[in-house]
Each structure stands twice: as structure tokens, then as C-alpha cells.
Design a protein around this ligand. Structure first.
Ligand SMILES: Cc1cc2nc3c(=O)[nH]c(=O)nc-3n(C[C@H](O)[C@H](O)[C@H](O)COP(=O)(O)OP(=O)(O)OC[C@H]3O[C@@H](n4cnc5c(N)ncnc54)[C@H](O)[C@@H]3O)c2cc1C
Length: 392
């Protein structure tokens, strides 16, 4: 650690200690409170210069090196500050898509609006198109200056609160299925958009279904050429498996004190079995952080091997499951009765809610089974799964 980075860490730590809301878990117990807490925290981070360290230097708080970004995430995790659940699609996915592939007008309109608090959701998945995303059917027909969109999207995180949507639609059914896909930026308040939140097992409503009935999206809101949406979506998806996973892994490591606290309060310090499980978990969590670190460093240096992102994703979701399972076991019955206060995080401190929610990460951003297939077939060069076995 250089002197400059040491002093940067000190600066971030002092700022977070003075600025992060302290009572945010209890204060996020209802949807309205959750929204207010998230919006206020995002505004504070923008003002403090820590909301978008991965954006270029021309933006407030942007242009941070990877080492500085890591320090910011480590310090936010260390202080147990709220995660930006409401704005992470805006600051990562929408930002990378518009910055890499958007028109000048789209950049000028949307990037400043994100920093002012406009929020986005991602409308990729459909009931019949998740792992096989290119099978999507949501249809857009060009009529003069607009696309008229009809269809359904599902599992869109925070769609019920979003101002805008990164939308993948089918504009043609000719040729290979990837070739007929177009990328649109849709106003969630446009006539014909209906959003229905999905109630989850742990009592939360983190994502929603989106129904589209003759929704008009101006042609000027298309990203890239018509039919080139598949290539544009790569810019969106790349951000999901990069910094997001580093932040989440660091938060998990930052939360190891919760387990240590349970061992102490339950008088299990001398229980060899518990200590062995704690040691194993610590190794697993550290390995997840190291893999996320190396993946990002490689990406910044232009090195990206097929399967690396899948290894990072699966190592995080496995460690998260092991972490929440141990917390639940050590917490005993007491943990299983507490009412969930879950809005806004994967790491709520309520082990039952966190344990149930940990399974979402075996699916989100690409299911674990499909990542395993990628690792086996494309990274390790193992034989392809016989088609007759799939879905048997
Ligand atoms: C918390 C969360 C947040 C999400 N947020 C968003 C969002 O904001 N926007 C968005 O568009 N989507 C979002 N998603 C959707 C997510 O991307 C999809 O759920 C995911 O891609 C899996 O698709 P599916 O649900 O259609 O499952 P399916 O593809 O139908 O898979 C069902 C099962 O079959 C297995 N399977 C499928 N194909 C194969 C294969 N070839 N080999 C082996 N096994 C296979 C899968 O692994 C899985 O176990 C989110 C999901 C979650 C859980």
C-alpha cells in the first residue's frame, strides 16, 4: 500500500464515518422508507464524490484507479453502509451501455440525469427467454419515427421504481435469432407500460414483471443499429460480472464480523467444529474476493478469457450460500423467528432472510448450471453435454 493510497483510505474512511446513515436497516422497513433512504444515500455519495468512481474523470467523483475503487468498496463494506440497490443498474449497466454504444444526444441527456437520481431497470429476461436470452419474443415494429412494442419482460430488478428501462426487443424473425434483436431505451411512464411487482420468499419485492401493450418508443432512443442489439447487450452484461461482484464479495468479507460475533455471544469460542467451519468459510470468502479482484485487474489490462466471469460468479454465489447458512446455524432458533427487514440488501443481518435470498444469486446474471457448462465446455475443453440429456 503506497502512502497516497493510505491517505486516500483515511479520507474515505472519515467521510463514510461522518456521512453513512447509521439506522438504515430499521429505517428501510417499508418500501417508502427504503426509497427515501436509498435516494438520500445516493445523493450524499454523489456530493461526496464516491458514487461513480468507475466513470471517467470528467464526471464528479469519476476517474478513480482500480486500487482506489477497491478502497471505496472496502470502506463502504467495513462501515456497513447501505448498498445502492436502487441505482446500481443506472450507474453500472445503463452507464456502460450508453457510454460505449449510445449516441451523443443519449449521452448528453442520460448520463447527467443518472447522477441527478434518475433510475433504470434492465428488461432483458422473458418467461421463455432467460438462459436462452436470444429466444426473446417481445416484439417491436417500426412505424415512422417510433417503434411500437408489445410483449412481456420478467425479473426486472427495481422496475417498479425505475424511470427508464434498457429494453431488448425483437425487430425481425429472419435469419439467426441473435440477428433480429434491437436495443431500446424506454420511458417506464410511457402509455401501455404496466409493472407488477413479484413477491419473494423472504417477504421482499425486489423485482417485477413488465407488460408492454402498444408502447411507443422513439427511434432516436435506439442504441446502435436496428438488429445490432445483441452486440450492444454485451456492454450491459459485462458490467454485471465486474465491479458489482467485487463490491458484493467485499461486503461479504466485511460482514464476517457478524459470524464472529455469533460465535462469541453464544460462547462457542472453544468449539473445535465451529472454529473449523468458520476457518473454512473465511478461506472460501477470501478466495471469492481474490477471484473478483484478479478478474477485474485482468479486464482493465485487456485480458479476458472465456469462463473467467463464470468462475467469479459461481465462487461468489457459493460463498454467499455457505456464509448465510453458517450464520443461520449459529444464530439458532432466534434467527429463524425474527421478522425480515430486508429491503435494500443481500446482507441484512437477519440470517433467515439472507439465507433465503442467497439462492437468488445462483440464478441472477446467469444460472449456476449454465456457468458450470461454460466452465466445463469452453474453459476446460470437456465434451459437450449430449443434447438428449438436456431437459430429459
Ligand atoms: C435476483 C434476480 C435478479 C434479476 N434481475 C434481472 C433484471 O434486472 N433484468 C433481467 O432482464 N433479468 C433479471 N433476472 C433474470 C435472470 O437473468 C434469469 O432468471 C436467468 O438468466 C435464468 O433464466 P430463467 O429464469 O429463464 O431460467 P431458465 O433458463 O428457464 O432455466 C431453468 C433451469 O434450467 C437450467 N438450464 C437452462 N439451460 C440449461 C443448459 N443449457 N444446461 C444446463 N442447465 C440449463 C438453468 O440453470 C435453471 O436451473 C434476475 C434474476 C434474479 C434471480
Amino acid at each position: 500500500m503506497t502512502v497516497e493510497l493510505d491517505s486516500f483510505r483515511h479520507e474515505v474512511r472519515s467521510w463514510v464515518a461522518a456521512s453513512a446513515p447509521q439506522d438504515w436497516r430499521a429505517a428501510s422497513a417499508t418500501h417508502a422508507d427504503f426509497l427515501a433512504t436509498q435516494r438520500a444515500w445516493f445523493k450524499a455519495l454523489v456530493a461526496g464524490g464516491y458514487a461513480v468512481p468507475h466513470w471517467p474523470a470528467e464526471w464528479p467523483g469519476g476517474g478513480r484507479s482500480l486500487a482506489e475503487q477497491k478502497i471505496i468498496y472496502e470502506e463502504l463494506a467495513r462501515a456497513d453502509a447501505p448498498r445502492l440497490l436502487l441505482s446500481f443498474v443506472s450507474t453500472y449497466h445503463a452507464y456502460s451501455t450508453i457510454e460505449e454504444c449510445g449516441s451523443d444526444a443519449q449521452k448528453a441527456r442520460y448520463l447527467p440525469a443518472i447522477l441527478e437520481g434518475e433510475t433504470w431497470c434492465q428488461g432483458f429476461s422473458e418467461p421463455g427467454a432467460g438462459s436462452d436470452l436470444a429466444a426473446l419474443k417481445c416484439k417491436a415494429e417500426r412505424k415512422g419515427d417510433v417503434y411500437v412494442v408489445n410483449g412481456q419482460k420478467i425479473w426486472s430488478t427495481m422496475a417498479q421504481y425505475a424511470d427508464r428501462c434498457l429494453l431488448l426487443v425483437r425487430t425481425s424473425s429472419d435469419g439467426p435469432k441473435q440477428a433480429g434483436i434491437t436495443f431500446l431505451l424506454m420511458d417506464m411512464k410511457a402509455p401501455g407500460v404496466t409493472v407488477r411487482p413479484i413477491h419473494q420468499i423472504q417477504g421482499d419485492e425486489e423485482f417485477a414483471e413488465i407488460f408492454l401493450d402498444n408502447v411507443e418508443v422513439p427511434v432516436s432512443e435506439r442504441v446502435g443499429e436496428e438488429g445490432a442489439g445483441w452486440a450492444v447487450s454485451k456492454a450491459t452484461l459485462a458490467s454485471e460480472r465486474g465491479l458489482t461482484l467485487m463490491e458484493l464479495s467485499y461486503r461479504m468479507r466485511g460482514g464476517m464480523w457478524r459470524i464472529a460475533e455469533l460465535i462469541r455471544t453464544n460462547g462457542r469460542q472453544d468449539d473445535a467444529g465451529v472454529l473449523r467451519d468458520f476457518g473454512r468459510l473465511a478461506t472460501q470468502v477470501d478466495a471469492a474476493c481474490a477471484l473478483a479482484d484478479r478478474f477485474l485487474e485482468n479486464r482493465i489490462n485487456g485480458i479476458e478469457n472465456i469462463g473467467d466471469a463464470s468462475v467469479v460468479k459461481n465462487s461468489y454465489s457459493r460463498a454467499l450460500r455457505a456464509w448465510t447458512a453458517l450464520g443461520l446455524r449459529l444464530g439458532g432458533l432466534d434467527e429463524q423467528y425474527r421478522a425480515p427487514i430486508t429491503f435494500g440488501d443481500l446482507n441484512t443481518g437477519n440470517w433467515m432472510a439472507d439465507f433465503m435470498n442467497s439462492y437468488a444469486w445462483t440464478i441472477a446474471g446467469g444460472s449456476e448450471e449454465v456457468q458450470r457448462d461454460i466452465i466445463a465446455e469452453r474453459m476446460l475443453d470437456m465434451p459437450r453435454e449430449p443434447k438428449s440429456w438436456v431437459g430429459a
